[in-house]
Design a protein around this ligand. Structure first.
Ligand SMILES: Cc1ncc(COP(=O)(O)O)c(C=O)c1O
Length: 459
């Protein structure tokens, strides 16, 4: 007995015609793997019986090779247990001291974080189980790169109902989050000859990088209290990325006259908009404005994501695209990864069909609304000189401080106290000193306590 019943695989290649004996080859390769750290101290290796079977050699050769390595101190052999690399084996060059991981924030006010502690685990698990019970063998192969029809139908229905998106399943494309979705659209536009794309200023800096990597030159167009300044759009951009329902990060909504102006501009310039509808499910004071896409489906690419509604870990996003872009984007998605996980897609389709997404959103909307109210009230009490901008929506508030405050210095001082948030400068933008405080992931008591500490620092 020198092993357990579970086989362990090990990469050893033997050359029967080579100059060295089989035993010497096994010894040499194991010794090298242990020295370089490919095999770590304590790692299990196959029993001599398993190794002999894997390599098609006599067991005696394996026994002798292991005995030699044990004698040299590389292997630890114990009767009845699987052989292991010795804990004291001199291996792996010492790795340079890795910096200690930063301690987690005490108050994490970073915008864009939903409350993942409320993720509906049981309901999701049920949907995954249903997916595993109903997926056919054929559906465990490669599928349509644009996504499985079962989910595209559910999303087309959900988006039409909740966001006024004009969608039929043929135009829905499932992606690994918004980040991938934007890249796919940019690549498809570049392939059709586009060279420049407008992005909101301020906006997430990743948007610019994604455009650049797709070969498009991003051009920043300013946002004011009414949203994107459409009159500032350069004549030669082929597309413009907007967050009309809740501008990220300023929190303003694209005003009705600007919406009309933008749609007219797109028609006049034969351009398209990419509508990033990242958190429109969360509007607290009234019903959210419908998606821009619903007014001009052939000129607007609609983009949504499960990152705010459920959890970023799902990496699930979707596009609803003009007819002319369905095939070009399918090609890009095929080349990128041949499609998003089909198991996850089927689970999500079941989750929507059973009404779980609606139920979860109803619960979370109430929770976030209370958190937002708590934050706004705490700010009014502790920082009365601050001005809260933007609409009652999403997962963060935009807090403008009077001139003379240094947002960067405030951020650094707060970080030293393990209070984390973003400032306008994080979006490469200039403007009055502005803090972006997310409230999604913090319970009410922590919001009040965190604002109190933050106010003390600012004072
Ligand atoms: C403006 C904006 N759009 C989209 C997203 C969602 O991105 P993803 O779906 O890649 O997680 C985020 C997430 O933070 C965001 O801030």
């Amino acid at each position: 007995m020198d092993g357990t019943s579970q086989p362990v695989e090990l990469l050893v290649a033997i050359d029967r015609d080579g100059p060295h004996t089989l035993g010497a080859q096994i010894e040499g390769q194991l010794r090298a793997a242990i020295r370089t750290g490919a095999l770590k101290p304590g790692a299990e290796i196959p029993s001599t019986r398993d190794l002999a079977r894997q390599l098609g050699i006599s067991r005696r050769v394996a026994v002798e090779a292991y005995a030699q390595l044990a004698a040299e101190g590389y292997l630890a052999m114990r009767q009845g247990a699987r052989p292991r690399v010795s804990e004291t084996a001199a291996n792996a060059p010492a790795t340079p001291d890795a910096p200690a991981p930063p301690r987690p924030p005490r108050f994490d006010f970073r915008p864009s974080f939903p409350d993942v502690s409320a993720f509906p685990r049981a309901a999701w698990l049920k949907s995954v189980k249903t997916a595993m019970n109903t997926l056919t063998d054929a559906e465990l192969g490669y599928g349509n790169p644009n996504g499985d029809e079962i989910l595209r139908i559910q999303l087309a229905d959900y988006l039409g109902r909740v966001r006024g998106v004009v969608a039929d399943a043929e135009r829905v494309i499932i992606t690994n989050g918004y980040g991938q979705a934007q890249g796919l659209v940019c690549q498809a536009l570049r392939a059709r000859g586009a060279t420049r794309i407008a992005v909101e200023d301020p906006s997430n800096t990743e948007q610019l990088e994604v455009a650049l990597r797709a070969g498009l030159e991003p051009v920043r167009v300013p946002v004011d209290e009414l949203g994107l300044q459409v009159s500032e759009l350069p004549e030669d951009v082929a597309a413009v990325i907007v967050t009309p329902a809740h501008q990220h990060p300023t929190g303003v909504v694209l005003a009705p006259e600007r919406r009309t102006h933008l749609l007219a501009w797109l028609r006049d310039h034969e351009a398209i908009a990419i509508e990033d509808d990242y958190d429109a499910e969360y509007r607290y004071d009234r019903a959210a404005v419908g998606a821009l896409q619903g007014l001009e489906p052939e000129r607007v690419v609609y983009a949504g994501s499960a990152s705010k509604t459920l959890a970023p870990a799902l990496r699930l996003g979707w596009l609803v695209v003009p007819q002319a872009l369905v095939e070009p984007i399918r090609r890009e998605k095929y080349l990128a990864d041949q499609g998003t996980s089909r198991i996850e897609q089927h689970a999500f389709a079941d989750f929507i069909a059973r009404g779980e997404l609606d139920r979860h959103l109803r619960r979370m909307r109430a929770r976030y609304r209370t958190r937002r109210d708590t934050l706004v009230e705490a700010l009014a009490n502790e920082l009365p000189q601050a001005r809260i901008k933007g609409i009652a929506a999403g997962l963060h508030v935009t807090v403008e401080l009077p001139d003379g405050h240094d947002e960067r210095a405030i951020k650094e001082a707060a970080l030293a106290e393990r209070i984390r948030f973003n400032v306008l400068g994080d979006y490469d933008a200039a403007g009055p000193p502005t803090l972006l405080l997310g409230y999604g992931a913090l319970p009410e008591s922590a919001i009040a306590a965190g604002v109190r500490e933050l106010a003390r620092l600012i004072h």
